[in-house]
Design a protein around this ligand. Structure first.
Ligand code: KIV
Ligand code: ZN
Length: 546
């Protein structure tokens, strides 16, 4: 008995039908190769008749992407099928995927054809495709809104004509798990009644499922269909696709893997998966980059927050034993690094863990000091705390009395209209070289003030050969409370040429002053870290080891 679940990826065809998405040839080939590394069995490379670009993409992928079956889509007519075959013929394992709608809604309003005509077209399309290619998939578009008896008639007819995979798409994302289960079960029983039991068992004939996510049920419906006996599942990476998208393949793969106990018990055998799940996150990120479609942070498996524990109780649990709040090891899907995200709910355990992972070994007294400052200065202000803010607090605890700069005075002028520019004058006390005064002009008052500080202290925010160059990695301002008298808080992250990052927070009723305070804080920490940070880390480590 064949226990394999075949994964059919349509990121390059249905996924590319997402509004605003257009992948170039090089990107498609790169994604195709990575899909093979993930272990995808069938890659639907495109719909060749629709454009010369799609034709070329299928042809190139057919030639260059080895290790998976390459499929091309074609409507149920001779021309589409010929063009699809022309594009596919160099593939080692080609598949023609032909489709026609079977629901009365589509027959009446789109195709304007009778059921008899559709039955004939489906049969003829599959026979023709089969005369060109041994591997033929047929899809009954809008299957879930079709009359079940008519759908079964079409399925039996195309199998007789040579289809080796029959796909039952939920084209408009309309079905629900129990109903889809019943439909797949009904069709499989029909096939068994007509003598196809052995073909289904051996995998010579497969029922496939293809779900859209209009009601947010695409993954649940796909899994339900697998429980009913479907042995091919179609989807896309990150769930991209028409409208609300397709079923997210990474979610299906990880559910089958994580809950193999349940699937084995329900199916009576453990479905065989040949996937390298560590490729999931790199592939998701590549698809997101090339399609320009960001992955929502709370998206299962591949979202930035999918393994980020923020609440103190959860962080404590995970640090004691991962399985308390984690059902998947993030590394198994390709995530690296710490899953702990510092935020307003983080407790001492999380701070201590984070510091250790950044190389800071603190005794309990110093840890207390850091935690108290974290609570007072950062906790309720930043939603997510970048590591550089936490390291900044450590530097304050040990090195604050060596900090070099202090903002002693500033005057900043805004300008509305005309040719004048916003202007700033700043006075900074330098403990080594005395008072420094300079001016700056900018796009706005903060830009002018930052340029004045840069000029006073001899660095630049633009790449420059004669001055120390600093990059402003992050700059943001928030209001701490409501109204026009709200206190402003500014967060700044700086990076120098060597990649050293430091952060500073500044608070004030005047947002320009808050921004200047944040910059001076970040600069002080940067200098202190560069001059003494390494030794400090090493000495703390030695004390802890002793
Ligand atoms: O959603 C759908 O019905 C399709 C078919 C062409 C398989 O994408
Ligand atoms: Zn689709």
């Amino acid at each position: 008995m064949n226990r394999r679940i075949i994964f059919f990826d349509t990121t390059l065809r249905d996924g590319e039908q997402s509004p605003g998405v257009s992948l170039n040839l090089k990107q498609k080939v790169e994604i195709g190769k990575m899909l093979v590394e993930l272990g995808i069995d069938v890659i639907e490379a495109g719909f060749p008749v629709t454009s010369p670009g799609d034709f070329q993409a299928v042809q190139t992928i057919a030639k260059e992407v080895k290790g998976a079956t390459i499929a091309a889509l074609a409507r149920a007519n001779q021309k589409d099928i010929e063009v699809a075959w022309e594009a596919l013929r160099d593939a080692k394992n080609p598949r023609i995927h032909t489709f026609i709608a079977t629901s009365d809604i589509h027959l009446q309003y789109k195709l304007k054809k009778s059921r008899e005509e559709v039955l004939r077209l489906a049969r003829e399309a599959v026979s023709f495709a089969k005369s060109l290619c041994p591997d033929v998939e047929f899809s009954a578009e809008d299957a879930t809104r079709s009359d079940w008896e008519f759908l079964a008639q079409v399925v039996l007819e195309v199998v007789k004509a040579g289809a080796t995979t029959v796909n039952i798409p939920d084209t408009v994302g309309y079905t629900v798990p129990q109903e889809y289960y019943a439909l797949i079960n009904f069709l499989i029983n029909k096939l068994k009644e007509h003598g196809y039991e052995e073909d289904l068992k051996s995998g010579r004939l497969r029922i496939s499922v293809h779900c859209h996510n209009d009601l947010g049920l695409a993954v649940a419906n796909s899994l339900s269909a697998i429980l009913a006996g479907a042995t091919q599942v179609e989807g896309t990476i990150n769930g991209i696709g028409e409208r609300a998208g397709n079923a997210a393949l990474e979610e299906i793969i990880m559910t089958l893997k994580t809950r193999k106990d349940f699937f084995a018990k329900t199916l009576g055998y453990e479905p065989e998966l040949r996937v390298n799940t560590r490729m999931i996150v790199p592939l998701s990120q590549l698809v997101s980059k090339y399609t320009g479609m960001p992955v929502q942070p709370n998206k299962a498996i591949v979202g930035a927050n999918a393994f980020a524990h923020e609440s103190g109780i959860h962080q404590h649990g995970v640090l004691c034993e991962r399985s308390t709040y984690e059902i998947i090891n993030p590394e198994d899907v390709g995530w690296s690094g710490s899953a702990i995200v510092l935020g307003k709910h983080s407790g001492r355990h999380a701070i201590s863990f984070k510091l250790k992972s950044l190389g800071w070994e603190l005794d309990s007294e110093s840890l207390n000091k850091v935690f108290e400052r974290y609570r007072a200065e950062v906790k309720d202000i930043l939603r997510v705390v970048d590591d550089s803010y936490l390291e900044g607090i450590v530097l304050d605890v040990f090195l604050e009395d060596t900090y070099r700069y202090r903002l002693s005075s500033s005057q900043v002028i805004s300008v509305y209209s005309g040719s004048l520019k916003p202007f700033a004058q700043v006075e900074v006390e330098d403990t080594r070289e005395g008072k420094k005064v300079s001016i700056g002009l900018g796009v706005g008052p903060i830009d002018a003030a930052y340029k004045a500080v840069a000029s006073a202290l001899g660095f630049s925010f633009e790449p420059s050969s004669d001055k120390e160059w600093l990059r402003l990695v992050d700059f943001h301002i928030d209001a701490l409370n409501g109204g026009t008298s709200a206190e402003g808080v500014c967060g700044v992250i700086l990076e120098d040429r060597d990649g050293v990052r430091t952060a500073g927070l500044g608070k004030d009723g005047d947002i320009v002053i808050a921004s200047l305070k944040a910059l001076i804080k970040a600069l002080n920490r940067l200098i202190a870290y560069k001059e003494k940070g390494k030794e400090l880390k090493e000495s703390l480590m030695k004390v802890q080891k002793a």
